[in-house]
Design a protein around this ligand. Structure first.
Ligand SMILES: NC(=O)c1ccc[n+]([C@@H]2O[C@H](COP(=O)([O-])OP(=O)(O)OC[C@H]3O[C@@H](n4cnc5c(N)ncnc54)[C@H](OP(=O)(O)O)[C@@H]3O)[C@@H](O)[C@H]2O)c1
Length: 337
């Protein structure tokens, strides 16, 4: 953290929706470290799964947890009132259309409406790569950037309801913000990994956990972009703090084939039953797509390398008791050189 960052947020309150989640917990942590006061919305403040938030440095003095549901406008209005900014991160993360689409879309509209009523300075919305890349007509030479939008019909036809819900929610955020005169900035993270602050394993972490527990016997012939959770949280803060920030920001560090992921994991953690075979031995290996993360670099974000991100993810899963700790004395990072 830069020397003066601890006082950047002094006197300002940010509402973080879904504060107990994987990414939002890191937002709360970094905001508190920068001197902000934080209103975190959770569906149940008494649920022990949100207890980690109260342990964060500065939480006792500057964090308050409010009960709010995305489908309950009054609860959001009460939580957002008096805040200078809103980081809207709460969303279902599921492929069940019933559970996904309505809370993602109407919840986002509710948050923007409440932010307008409260007169907040800026709303930062956590969208997704799912609102960006799901386009079967994009050629291999196209550089994926903030101008790309997922094809809604394609998402529907492939029953990719998570991506559909996130894309429609982002569109709703832009429409609502325009109508209500709200200053909106959007972050589109790719698959997020890194250390967990919360006790429960969230969906994106399972993407890696399955390769370590023996539950995945093979890896898929597909590619995926990755980013560190701390970088995602910091991206939200940087665009909030940069008056000239506007539009969408693609938040991605690298694109890897699953074969690269298992290779990196196996080098760091050879004790786990990490798959060595691709489930598709017929088709050519899928190629990584090109992307640009230049916009976020321009607001000062320095991305954590994906190898470090994978390493920290596994160490965290061990520390939180989600993985057995291998009996090895040496630090694999040192072995790697
Ligand atoms: N992780 C990734 O790879 C990734 C990548 C791109 C974008 N994103 C986006 O980042 C955001 C956070 O994701 P995450 O990975 O941190 O997931 P997470 O740990 O599952 O967090 C999701 C949060 O949303 C809350 N939530 C869900 N439905 C709600 C509702 N109806 N009302 C109020 N709160 C509700 C959950 O609260 P409860 O604890 O009460 O269930 C939880 O705190 C989401 O918008 C997701 O789409 C994630």
């Amino acid at each position: 953290m830069p020397v003066d960052a601890a006082s950047t947020g002094s006197g300002q309150t940010i509402c973080v929706t879904g504060a107990g989640g994987f990414i939002a917990s890191w937002m709360v942590k970094l905001l508190l470290e920068r001197g902000y006061s934080v209103r975190g919305t959770v569906r149940n403040p008494e649920d022990p799964k949100n207890g980690h938030l109260r342990e964060l440095e500065g939480a006792r003095e500057r964090l308050s947890l409010r009960r709010a549901d995305l489908m309950d406008y009054e609860s959001l209005k009460e939580a957002i009132h008096g805040c200078q900014g809103v980081f809207h991160t709460a969303s279902p993360v599921t492929d069940d259309p019933e559970e996904m689409v309505e809370p993602a879309v109407n919840g986002t509209r509710n948050v923007i409406r409440a932010a307008a009523e409260a007169g907040v300075r800026r709303v930062v919305f956590t969208s997704s790569i799912g609102a960006v890349t799901m386009d079967p007509n994009r050629g291999p030479e196209v550089v994926v950037d903030e101008s790309c939008w997922s094809d809604l019909e394609f998402c529907k036809n492939t029953k990719n309801w998570y991506c559909y819900g996130k894309a429609v929610a982002e569109q709703a955020a832009w429409d609502e913000a325009k109508e209500k005169g709200v200053d909106l900035v959007v972050i589109n993270p790719v698959l997020v990994l890194g250390p967990l602050l919360q006790t429960q394993v969230n969906a994106s972490i399972i993407h890696i956990l399955k390769y370590l527990t023996g539950s995945a016997k093979t890896y898929a012939n597909s590619v995926q972009a990755y980013v560190h959770v701390r970088d995602v949280a910091l991206a939200h803060i940087l665009v909030f703090e940069t008056p000239s920030a506007s539009g969408r920001y693609l938040c991605a560090e690298s694109v890897l084939h699953r074969g690269d992921v298992v290779e990196i994991l196996a080098k760091f953690f050879p004790e786990y039953p990490i798959p060595t075979k691709c489930s598709d031995e017929v088709n050519p290996r899928k190629k990584a797509y090109k992307f640009s993360n230049q916009k976020l670099k321009e607001v000062g974000l320095e991305f954590t390398p994906v190898k470090q991100c994978l390493y920290e993810t596994v160490k965290s899963l061990q520390e939180k008791g989600h993985l057995p700790i291998p009996s090895q004395n040496d630090d694999p990072l040192k072995i790697q050189g």
